[in-house]
Design a protein around this ligand. Sequence first.
Ligand code: FES
Length: 112
Amino acid sequence: MEHEVLDSHWERAAGVDDVAEGEVTGVRAGGRPIALYRVEGEVYATHDICSHEHAHLSEGYLEGCEIECPLHQARFDIRTGLATCRPATQAVAVYPVRIVGKDILVKVQATP
Ligand code: FES
């Protein structure tokens, strides 16, 4: 298990208790800013920086499966990363999530 995690760029992002239901938390994993969300028990991860300008989505407002950027109120679907409301038009990256024991792992690709 340990080798699989390391070989495929799975990084520990947080403990399972660090992300409360209906909330978003900003962390760093694999050298990247990542926003972790928990909605109806499922944990999701997106890039933490808005695709419009430089704002942290983890400081925004989570409503259902949409995160609203705190700066200009663009919205993104946290399951797909797609922008659902202007002014953002570009998606944000989403990262696969795995729960292993008490840890939240995210799959972060190595930077080329
Ligand atoms: S920085 Fe996020 S909407 Fe402008």
